[in-house]
Design a protein around this ligand. Structure first.
Ligand code: NCD
Length: 299
């Protein structure tokens, strides 16, 4: 079993991962974590701070050895293919976490590797462990996901975090409002994908937080734009105003997969509503759970 796309999961899978993540959370708090044996390889062909380090920290907390692939200093530089690289590392590790700029790369890696593969982001497509930790955070802070009014704001066209999350929120019955700069609306295929959940989803032109329970923001994914000037232009359009947050519901929470650039001004970090660093921390128990379940074949 691999973890490549949120679309491969059903609610039962997700609930099992959440239950395991909760156990991991409790074990981390008590300071005694059940240990596993084996080697985790992290293979990040694209930049990363949180996803790579939290996979590595999760592996270490579980007692695994962690080996890391340094793209720039590997034989990729000599012209080695992606498939040969994966096949080689598959011979060294028991579980692989991977990120690559090409959509479908994680699926391809899973096809050629014997070891279970976790997708840490493939192009604009999917980022399933991010969505698991996002939903886990909403559940932890709000008690439930169903019926929460979640506003998704930012580059919904290119952000893989949003594509996975849209699916996860629809699966769990959240009420979704999407607000994207013009031209950066979510692709039709992602909306078609969620129709089976009879989702409550709408699009709006302006950010209006008056009824929001959760504001989830992502940055403009400038590296995925054909036209860099266009990226600069839209970046300026979408900045969350601290006043809007102050006027929102008292228990509004603000989430972001990070990195945040200009879309969230630093004043918001000091507001109680800002939960993104707590959200990032939840990546540890959630990724511990996912790694453990894949290694033990329990997913
Ligand atoms: C995101 C990613 O890489 O997709 N970061 C993350 O994994 N937390 C979000 C982004 O880069 O905007």
């Amino acid at each position: 079993m691999d973890l490549i796309s949120f679309r491969d999961l059903d609610k039962e899978h997700v609930e099992k991962i959440f239950a395991e993540a909760k156990r991991m959370d409790e074990q981390l708090t008590s300071g005694s974590v059940e240990k596993l044996d084996g080697i985790l390889a992290t293979m990040f062909f694209e930049p990363s701070t949180r996803t790579k380090l939290s996979f590595q920290a999760a592996g270490e907390r579980l007692g695994l050895q962690v080996i890391d692939f340094l793209g720039e200093r590997s034989s990729l530089k000599k012209g080695e293919s992606f498939v040969d690289t994966i096949k080689t590392v598959d011979g060294y590790a028991d579980v692989i976490a991977i990120r690559h700029s090409a959509e479908g790369s994680a699926r391809l890696a899973a096809e050629v590797a014997e070891a279970p593969v976790l997708n840490g982001g493939d192009g604009s497509n999917q980022h399933p462990t991010q969505t698991l930790l996002d939903l886990y955070t909403i559940r932890k802070l709000k008690g439930k996901i169903a019926g929460q009014k979640v506003h998704l704001v930012g580059d919904l066209k290119h952000a893989r975090t949003m594509h996975s999350l849209l699916y996860g929120l629809a699966m769990f019955g959240a009420e979704i409002t999407m607000v994207a700069p013009k031209g950066l609306e979510v692709g039709k295929e992602y909306l078609e994908d969620i129709q089976k959940f009879s989702p409550r989803v709408k699009s709006e032109d302006k950010i209006d937080l008056s009824d929001a329970d959760v504001l989830y923001v992502c940055r403009v994914q400038a590296e995925r734009f054909a036209d860099k000037y266009e990226a600069e232009r839209v970046k300026k359009e979408f900045t969350i105003n601290p006043e809007w947050v102050g006027e929102g519901k008292e228990d509004l929470i603000i989430m972001h997969p990070l990195p945040k650039i200009d879309e969230i001004p630093p004043e918001i970090d000091r507001m109680g509503q800002a939960k993104y660093f707590e959200q990032a921390r939840n990546g540890i128990p959630v990724r511990m759970a996912a790694i453990k379940m894949l290694l033990e074949g329990g997913m």
